[in-house]
Design a protein. Sequence first.
Length: 277
Amino acid sequence: MTFSIVARSADGESWGVAVASKFLAVGSAVPAAVAGVGAIATQADANVAYKGLALSHLDEGANASIALQRLLEEDPGRDHRQVGIVDLDGGAATHTGQACLDWAGGESGEGYAIQGNVLTGAEVVEAMQSAWLSSDPDQPLARRLMLALAAGDEAGGDRRGRQSAALLVVREGAGYGGGDDIAVDLRVDDHSDPIPELARLLDLNDLYLTASTEDEKVPVTPEIAAELAAFATTQGQRDFHAWVGTENYEMRVDPDLDWIDQKILDIVRALDPGSNS
């Protein structure tokens, strides 16, 4: 009833899952990942206990294939399960139980596992695999996962229709303020076209919850500092950092105002036509 991709980034620093289904809140059941450990998708007649068990096996040193083997050996319902796992080193494994509803199947390769059930056909998994393999490996993992998910949807996706989608990506220190490993954790729980909506949320996630890259940072000169201070006054704020906090742009402005993200500077100048451009 679901199609998903589990993958590790080419640089070996991120792990993630993208999933879509004609199922309410698929993100609550299918994906799990821990930075420096691996990622898993559990679906079909999903055994949600697989998530903690698989990550525990991986954390103890098992590779994806061994972790999957252990899950299946311990589960009498294995014939109804579908699972994809990627481990620390990019090893991947996928399983489709013989009792899963047609069309059901999967493919795996270095760094990825793709699987789906109750699909319009094998072309869904094939399209996802092609999109993954042809995407730029230097792109952020979240973007590559979204490309694969969209390709599966365009190829037919879940034959029952569309309802929900989710994206989970982890990387050491990637969370808000660097406090955890959650780089992306987005869900569209009930929507007529969930994958484009998920893509829209990913754009917002990048703006609000992703730290600026070095290329995006603009040094704050005395002239820019004066511009930002004047802008804050026009916005009724005591200083520029107060405006940043109000708008939730903390991840993209230096606490000491040594730099500002180009996107935020563009937003400031769009809101204040009288500022420098």
